[in-house]
Design a protein around this ligand. Structure first.
Ligand SMILES: [Zn+2]
Length: 156
């Protein structure tokens, strides 16, 4: 696994343990080149999902991308990180069990908002305010890049 800080590919696993009620294996990794520490998760992937964007383009579903956008919405919110992991796993499992490999990006946005609304209102408003622009924007990349930690739900 490549170090996200310096790019070194020769990183070491320091610790492996079950996470999210044994749905995932959490590995703590260490980079001897830069001293960086990071965590990876190993999970079962039930099926390969394809996201259909509103402009009709297809791209492989990227759990990490979804997770980044959710974590940005959650920044500095008093929510247990483990709970966020569980929420994301639950969302992905829902997507995987819809019976279709092709999923509209709009559908993903909606189920994320639904889940966030139950967990944290501020995170929900952050995500929803960006999602609104996203519907006009056509592209999930734009959507993610527009999500910024300093987004304030009050609009200020
Ligand atoms: Zn490194």
């Amino acid at each position: 696994m490549r170090c996200p800080f310096c790019g070194n590919v020769d990183t070491q696993v320091k610790d492996s343990r079950p996470a999210e009620d044994h749905v995932a294996i959490r590995r703590r990794r260490f980079c001897p080149a830069c001293g960086g520490r990071f965590t990876t998760y190993e999970r079962v992937q039930l099926r390969d999902l394809v996201v259909i964007k509103s402009n009709g383009r297809r791209e492989d579903f990227d759990r990490d991308k979804l997770e980044r956008s959710i974590r940005i919405s959650m920044q500095k919110r008093p929510v247990d990180p483990e709970r966020i992991d569980q929420m994301i796993s639950g969302l992905v499992r829902r997507l995987e069990s819809m019976g279709e490999t092709d999923i509209q990006s709009k559908m993903i946005g909606e189920i994320v908002m639904e889940a966030l609304a139950r967990i944290d209102t501020v995170a929900y408003v952050r995500f929803a305010s960006v999602y609104k622009n996203f519907q006009a924007a056509d592209d999930f990349e734009d959507f993610v890049s527009e999500l910024r930690p300093d987004v304030k739900p009050e609009g200020g």
